[in-house]
Design a protein around this ligand. Structure first.
Ligand SMILES: O=C([C@H](O)CO)[C@H](O)[C@H](O)COP(=O)(O)O
Length: 430
């Protein structure tokens, strides 16, 4: 049987959700999910509204019920939901009450296995409680660490239960086919559709992908450790700053970077003294392709880097230089389009005496930088992302960038930033 496409309306704003739902249904989406964020922002009114907008179409209220299953299912069923989600982590009595209430008020129960330790065992157990669907789900925050819903677990669940199994969690046109092949009857997609400028086409593409056709997309899957260069190259330092909660911004250095160029690389750190260019230049020979040489010279006035060092760096595949101090030959360096960030430009350099060292932790523009940390720079400025959190920050960065693309599309259609975000409604009351 053809798998069902369920579009998850994970938005705060109900009017946006209705518009996106219509576009998704025009693109062929089968079921409509009132996403958890939408239920938390608008309550049962969101379910009522979407019920009115889509009479006869399967409507899922993603309440993620953890307690008081009977009452929550009653509320959602009365508001028009056909399916209500309950967490697999909930007590059996919560799930049993939800099933009873669903039978009374006309709603089926889908059990969301998010963060359940043994999902196969739990799926078999809840099936006995009378639920109608099992959803193998990797939550959005967990996805940001580069993890998708495990296909092998889905396959095992599908083999062990006789009720339909859904898959959810960062699914894109690249990853959907594997879940269908593993036995998923329902493919639940949020960001992989609702972030698109053209939601209708995105839903069509998802359905094509689910039927086995090769489809390309601008909406990204989540990235792992080995794909961070690609991930950080997809968005600006502004997106990174938003994703990293304004941490990691290297202050006070001037960008000497060509328009539209983004410097992305892993730091190779250097410490030196005023004007001493020995260790900065020796670091070039120790660098790996894709490194950014990051020099701590304590904002000293004499240059420790110039055009010859930049040409050497290009030879070694170094992608840029960051100097908490002075640079020279900036006219030539700009002509080379070699990304450079420095506090000042001067004509004078010092002597190669060899003070300092290579590879140690340094402080640049108020930020700690270690060899291996990610350094990203563009015309907006310079960021450092510690290696330990780089996967999560990179995925959140790409997500922010993609959500902005949808906002931009709605502005293009005649809205404004404050209207799209309903700023007046959501100004903090305290
Ligand atoms: O249930 C969901 C999540 O917990 C936010 O409420 C999403 O609907 C589900 O993860 C599908 O959305 P994507 O992961 O963005 O495809």
């Amino acid at each position: 049987m053809k798998p069902v496409l369920q579009v998850a309306l994970d938005l705060m704003q109900l009017n946006r959700a209705v518009t996106i739902a219509h576009e998704a249904v025009e693109g062929g989406a089968d079921w409509i999910e009132v996403g958890t964020p939408l239920i938390k922002s608008e309550g049962a009114e969101a379910v009522r509204t979407l019920r009115r907008e889509f009479p006869g179409r399967k409507l899922i209220a993603d309440t993620k019920t953890m307690d008081v299953g009977g009452l929550e299912v009653e509320m959602m069923a009365k508001a028009g939901a056909d399916v209500v989600t309950v967490l697999g982590l909930a007590d059996d009595s919560t799930i049993a009450e939800a099933v009873s209430s669903g039978r009374k008020y006309g709603a089926e129960i889908m059990v969301d296995m998010i963060n359940v330790p043994d999902r196969v065992l739990r799926a078999k157990a809840v099936e006995k409680l009378g639920v109608s669907y099992i959803c193998l789900h990797m939550g959005i925050d967990t996805q940001m660490k580069g993890e998708g819903a495990p296909v092998d677990i889905l396959r095992k669940i599908a083999q062990e239960v006789s009720i339909p199994v859904a898959a959810a969690g960062g699914i894109t046109v690249e990853t959907a086919p594997a879940y269908v092949k593993a036995g998923a009857s329902i493919i639940i997609v949020g960001g992989g559709i609702i972030k698109a400028a053209d939601v209708k086409q995105s839903a069509k593409d998802m359905l094509s992908s689910m039927s086995g056709q090769k489809v390309s997309t601008v909406l990204s899957k989540k990235y792992g450790e080995e794909e961070l260069f690609k991930a950080f190259s997809k968005a600006s330092t502004c997106n990174i700053s938003d994703a990293f909660h304004k941490k990691g911004v290297i202050m006070g250095l001037r960008p000497f970077i060509a328009e539209g160029v983004r410097m992305v690389g892993r730091a190779l750190t250097v410490q030196t003294a005023n004007g001493d260019w020995a260790k900065p230049v020796e670091a070039i020979d120790r660098a790996k392709p894709g490194d950014v040489i990051v020099i701590d010279v304590g904002n000293a006035p004499m240059a420790v880097w110039g055009e010859l060092a930049s040409n050497s760096a290009v030879t070694m595949g170094v992608v840029g230089v960051v100097i908490d101090g002075a640079i020279r030959d900036i006219d030539d360096i700009k002509k080379m389009k070699f990304p450079a960030f420095a506090r000042s430009v001067v004509p004078c350099a010092g002597e190669p005496k060899g003070y300092g060292g290579i590879g140690m932790e340094v402080t640049i523009g108020g930020q700690t930088v270690r060899t291996g940390d990610w350094i990203i720079g563009d015309e907006n400025g310079l960021m450092v992302v510690p290696k330990e959190v780089a996967v999560e920050v990179a995925n959140r960065t790409v997500d922010i960038n993609e959500r902005e693309n949808r906002t931009r599309e709605e502005i293009k259609r005649g809205s404004t930033l404050s209207k799209v975000n309903e700023l007046a409604k959501w100004e903090p009351v305290k």
